[in-house]
Design a protein around this ligand. Sequence first.
Ligand code: 6AU
Length: 266
Amino acid sequence: MEAQTVWGSRWENCANPLAHRIMEVATKKKSLVCLAADMESISDLIELITEVGPYIAALKTHVDMVKDFNRDDWKKLTELAASLDLLLFEDRKFADIGKISQNQMAGIYDIRSWADIVTAHRISGPDIVDGIAAGWADVERIGGILLLAQMSSRGNLLSPDYTKNTIETGKGSPHVIGYIGNGSSTEEIIQLRALVGEGQMIWTPGINLDSGAGKMGQRYGNPRDSITSGADIIIVGSGIHGQSDRVTAAKAYADASWEAILERGK
Ligand code: 6AU
């Protein structure tokens, strides 16, 4: 099946080339899953990705929770990701003023050199988008930002007004490929899609086939509901990496997401 057929109007309206790339990979792998690879060592990350890489469309990291970070081994991880056709998404949640965000794209982790996608909060002002883009430009790369428009965690302060302002900042920006939405609430995803329109992506964390598994205020919805409500990529962490059979788990999320996008297309 062709990506264009699967994604329909989303394919036609998302101008960002990175959005098209992710839609193509997702179509090829029949999986709309971004793995939240929340591991604490590079060897654990490599082992996990080697196992489930064929069943996921993107790889999300929290580089600052990796205890043995070093650039040589991290390069091995990024090469493995590339060999598995995975876009690399560093969930840094930048939130500072533009200039500092630009500098934070460099630093010890040098996120600008390997990440294709990063997350950012809109809280500090709209210039954070230009700051992050300038970080990539410093190493002659181009990446995409996912702005946090909603969150999955209980009691978060991202009000409907805040969500609206966030989309105003992101809409039409060549650097913003889309938004993080709250995967635990179909109502919120539907509202978010109505605000975003068809031209940008929505990625949703807060996804688990076991809706009661959330710890420390995390809330969960299921893959199918999220996609049929208007999300494009589901972000799944412990639903995959926390299971004893990670391959079977990854396949289950991939299948559920793929069936849902086909259903949505009808
Ligand atoms: O599936 P889990 O609950 O094990 O992991 C969820 C992942 C974690 C969080 O840092 C992230 O998704 N996340 C985010 C993101 C992607 O920015 C936003 C949010 O509102 N909730 C959330 O859990 O790696």
